[in-house]
Write a protein that binds this ligand. Sequence first.
Ligand code: BGC
Length: 528
Amino acid sequence: MSDTSSGARRGDWPDHPLIYQIYPRSFQDTTGSGEGDLAGITRRLDHIARLGADAIWLSPFYTSPMDDGGYDVADHCAVDPRFGTLADFDELVARAHDLGLKVMIDQVFNHTSDQHPWFQRSLAGDPDYADFYVWADPCDDGRPPSNWIGYFGLPSWRWHPQRRQYCLHQFLPSQPGLNHYNPAVNAALGEISRFWRDRGVDGFRYDAVTSIFFDKEYRDNPPAGDDQGSQPGSAANPFTMQRHDYDMLPKECASYAEKLREWAGPDAYLMGEINDGPTSVETLEKFTAPSRLDAGYVVDLAERGLTGGVLADVIERMEGPGRLIWWLSCHDQPRQVSRAGDGSARDARMLAALLLALPGPVLIYQGEELGMPQPDLPKSALRDPFDLAFWPEPPGRDGARTPIPWQAGEGYGFTTGVPWLPMELPPGGPALQQWEEPGSVLSFYHGAIAERRALGLAGAAIECVVAEEDFFAARLSGDDSAFLLVTNLGQSPRDVPEGAAHAEVALSSDGTPPPGRIAPRSTLWLRL
Ligand code: BGC
């Protein structure tokens, strides 16, 4: 099939890459510390290359107090000693390139850790850094300048007695927000992009890139009222009780993506985390206009529920495939096989076949390919402040961050020490065992990725045919071939849509169904 998307080829990247996300703390430990490290990633890269990915995306490995799992960066250009050294990073990049994998890393530019030297100087009033962050005087009665509540459910202003001022943060109080209205901040961030490009990095993922601008008058957000359900997050989080009209201006942030492109260079593949509640898809289109990012991902499928209706809604709102990255799991959401399924291998295969048929770039999150379900972690095991604040309500981020079981036995081949989060085996066993078994979830992912490539599905055009709560069908068309993707999310067998009753099955997630039928909780790719 030809490339029917609007995106142009980026450097020597494939048009619609399949990107494998690695959460370094949980991938492979080589020191016995119980936490993964860069050398461990290098050791396991062949797993990812063999799976058929085009690229890896590394979540942060930078110097950090780890208040927010590494998304609280204290030095953007240094490796945290728990993860190794810059030399380890260079080896990782070299090995990835030898295996034909591109390397993307996270760029956390919205905020830093309060341990970052920039913040320490800003706090101390150093004139070169005084305006690096968003400082505001209190109201006459001492209240903060606005009613804003951040993603983690806390008031967005932290009082700093040293400056007798409030400082803005949209996540944890220890993650002060950078002042992107200050050109010196942008100059410093541009240097960081160049530093990593010079080390061989091929692309970047921009964290929280829709949150960087805010109303300079600090006007109060209005109550969400009846709109609460359309705000990202759980109803237990007061963040959802406001309409975020003033604390983040996602549409205004889109032009900032031109700066990111300029710093990264024309051949880097750039993707953004796009969070604009109910209008995220439209905001994504603005972020990925020419000279901006290549692609972005939204949280709709994860947060609104995986139904035919939500899938069709996203597909119909995007301006053609290619710029929206499809994903079902990441380090911020409970694992998809438990959230949108019952944790079984059957549901893992159904979801994999759905994901891998969708045209455009795709993200796979480590462990998803093993069918790892969301574990039921006791509160005493949790490390994530976001999980702890709302336990036992969602988000459930630590459950998605438990280490990868590579083989049977103590430490599961992940560590010789005590893993930093509890580990358990997925129903299909550890990774090395799954590679040996043709019927495993891992073998299914491997085969489906190869088939996606062989059929050219990544570059297809897509048109929804049926979009019910628990049944979804879409036509995928290229220049000289067409397929019907059918997913039965329900509990009973169904007929496939009219006209496809005699179509050849190109891929089935659950055995060979009788002609014209689809098994419950399964996905078919039919050749039209
Ligand atoms: C990251 C989260 C993090 C937040 C604040 C996000 O979008 O993916 O893991 O907690 O940014 O940095």
